[in-house]
Write a protein that binds this ligand. Structure first.
Ligand SMILES: NC(=O)c1ccc[n+]([C@@H]2O[C@H](COP(=O)([O-])OP(=O)(O)OC[C@H]3O[C@@H](n4cnc5c(N)ncnc54)[C@H](OP(=O)(O)O)[C@@H]3O)[C@@H](O)[C@H]2O)c1
Length: 287
């Protein structure tokens, strides 16, 4: 209750896909009322801004207004516009405010560098299912973010899915794993439904059935504590149908391909963060 009372004003710098997903998630979780959110974009005519407005959110093309009105400010522009936007709003930043960035590859150091000294900054990597309150968001915080702020961050992230703190050096890998993760699931889902079409099941029926199959399989992992390998073995009966399919996947190198995909995305995240920050850092991503 005390926490919800603190969340009376939320700002979004940028009103694109991620800001809208997060705003919708926070609203549907009942954590904040639409009228207590202020969001900005490049101009009043931005389609993104109009979409935000459609959700009952207060909108503006003035980034400073977002900051003046908010206790928590989400930084949700594309990474290359983060620094100029932060420099622009810097004069109106207050010490009690919390800044939460979703910008991929933009480090805590680089965020802090463009804000007044001592500003509380959190860097996070969400994924789009936050819109249906089933997102995964990993976050890191700078030294000025205290325990109470951490509680607040976890409350916000927890209301839109799973929120987990991790050391910042994992962030590029997290980007390739869970930030991009939904796209891998969608490709898999579409491919499975196409498999159904190929065999004679209408696509829309296949998509629905497979989406529920994915939810069910994920719940089996999360709720009954068995390893996926064991669950797979449970489905595969000797000389049965599932093992025929698994053999086909394994022969095509399915696992290796998936592992390479995560590695490619993580490597790209590392490249982007180096570009953005003009700094080199330890290589946490295997080359
Ligand atoms: N999409 C994802 O799945 C995902 C996942 C994790 C993290 N992220 C991160 O989320 C951030 C936003 O990504 P997105 O996909 O939501 O991008 P997007 O849909 O392109 O939205 C970007 C928003 O920023 C606004 N903007 C640009 N310059 C601005 C400025 N100077 N002042 C105020 N607003 C400005 C744009 O305004 P207009 O509406 O006027 O163009 C737009 O509303 C990125 O940093 C990305 O790395 C995205």
């Amino acid at each position: 209750m005390r926490m919800a009372a603190r969340l009376y004003s939320i700002g979004f710098l940028g009103s694109g896909k991620m800001a809208t997903a997060m705003a919708r998630g926070l609203i549907s979780a009942g954590l904040v009322r639409p009228e207590d959110i202020t969001a900005s974009a490049t101009s009043d005519t931005s389609l993104n801004l109009q979409r935000m407005k459609g959700h009952g959110v207060r909108v503006t093309s003035d980034n400073s207004e977002v900051v003046r009105r908010s206790s928590v400010v989400w930084i949700a522009t594309k990474p290359h516009t983060v620094a100029p936007v932060l420099r622009e709003i810097s004069p109106v930043v207050r010490r009690d405010q919390l800044f939460v960035s979703v910008a991929a590859g933009t480090t805590l150091n680089s965020l802090a560098k463009n804000l007044p000294e001592g500003t509380k900054v959190v860097r996070c990597m969400p994924n789009t299912p936050v819109v249906v309150r089933s997102g995964v968001t990993v976050y890191s915080r700078n030294g000025t973010v205290n325990g109470e702020d951490k509680e607040l961050v976890e409350h916000m992230l927890g209301s839109v899915g799973l929120g987990m703190e991790m050391p910042e050096h994992y962030m590029d890998i997290i980007t390739g794993l869970t930030g991009c993760g939904p796209s891998y699931m969608y490709v898999m889902l579409d491919a499975l439904a196409d498999g159904g079409v190929y065999a004679g099941i209408p696509k829309e029926i296949g998509l629905r059935l497979i989406a529920h199959t994915m939810i069910g399989a994920a719940k089996m992992v999360l709720e009954n504590g068995k390893h996926p390998q064991e669950l797979k073995d449970d489905v595969c009966s000797p000389a049965g149908t599932s093992i025929q399919a698994i053999r086909t996947l394994e022969k095509a190198g399915f696992r290796g391909i998936v592992m390479d995909a995560v590695h490619a995305a993580s490597k790209r995240a590392l490249e982007l963060s180096r570009l953005d920050n003009g700094e080199t850092k330890d290589v946490y991503v295997k080359r």
